[in-house]
Design a protein around this ligand. Structure first.
Ligand SMILES: Nc1ncnc2c1ncn2[C@@H]1O[C@H](COP(=O)(O)OP(=O)(O)OP(=O)(O)O)[C@@H](O)[C@H]1O
Ligand SMILES: [Mg+2]
Length: 267
């Protein structure tokens, strides 16, 4: 069966991140993609120039209307911007109980612009972490959620993953995109076992939406794989190829988007 997957996130008009990138990722990985919009952004590959939040009641209406009709297999949660929006999504997830929830705790865009109000970090930690099948913080996000210094080694990443899991998610994937050096490691922890996923850093400035794409790929694959580790491994392989093929696209002058359809558009 083709799984139905929904992204609950912001819209990035240049299509490199947010709901548009998420739906491209679902489509590329054999899932039917739905999208619920929590915020509009004015954004290109260089900067975020504005954020317009959807009223929480309308976010709730979008989610409830979708779930009332469509059997959703997996949910990917991206940028939620504020505590009321976070609480609205948490409440909806508790009522609708989807099988898989991938939480990307988006706080800052690749351009450096802040996407989450500072007071919302606590709501994210208290309300959404316990509902996640997998939470996918990058290193600064893991540090913000824990109130600790930013991890700078695989050992510190393992400690962060262990500490984050205490807040309730079934699995924690701490992403190493911000590590220095030419070897990147992501650390997956399921409460018992650590899996380290290492890869060589691809030298490119086209890394807009790597985090959105990875979390969406995991959401698309969880219903199609036998284990969380297998979904994460295959999602990561997809993202690496999408980064590698990004230079074929010519979108903007800043951090360009990934090539989500690198398989279908192979030259
Ligand atoms: N240059 C790169 N080469 C190879 N893999 C990368 C590169 N940059 C990021 N990744 C991988 O992409 C995934 C996303 O990680 P990253 O830490 O960049 O997320 P993020 O900071 O949330 O991204 P975003 O800013 O787009 O939200 C991880 O699996 C990471 O290892
Ligand atoms: Mg991110």
């Amino acid at each position: 069966m083709i799984p139905n997957v929904v992204s609950i996130a912001g819209v990035d008009p240049c299509g490199g991140a947010g709901v548009l990138a998420d739906v491209k990722t679902f489509s590329a990985l054999g899932a039917y993609g739905c999208g619920v919009v929590a915020a509009l952004t004015a954004q290109n590959t260089r900067a975020v120039t504005g954020i317009h939040e959807v009223p929480p009641e309308f976010l709730r209406l979008q989610i409830d209307t979708l779930f009332d009709d469509v059997a959703i297999d997996a949910v990917k949660i991206g940028m939620l911007a504020s505590a009321p929006l976070i609480r609205t999504v948490a409440d909806a997830l508790r009522r609708h109980r989807p099988r898989f929830v991938v939480l990307d705790p988006v706080m800052v865009a690749k351009s450096g612009d802040r996407l989450l109000r500072a007071d919302a970090v606590e709501a994210l930690r208290l309300e959404l972490l316990p509902l996640a099948t997998v939470v996918t913080p990058n290193l600064p996000e893991a540090a913000d959620l824990l109130g600790t210094p930013v991890a700078d080694s695989p050992e510190a990443m393992r400690a962060a993953a262990r500490a984050l899991r205490e807040h309730g998610p079934a699995n924690v994937l701490v992403k190493g995109g911000h590590l220095p050096g030419d070897r990147l490691v992501d650390v997956l922890f399921d409460g018992e076992r650590f899996v380290e996923l290492a890869a060589a850093r691809i030298v490119t400035k086209n890394t807009h939406g790597t985090g959105c794409t990875l979390s969406s790929a995991i959401a698309a694959l969880l219903p199609q794989r036998h284990s969380v580790a297998a979904a994460v491994r295959d999602a990561r392989a997809y993202v690496l190829e999408a980064i590698r093929a990004a230079d074929r696209l010519h979108v903007g002058g800043g951090h360009g988007p990934l090539n989500h359809f690198h398989q279908a558009w192979a030259a």
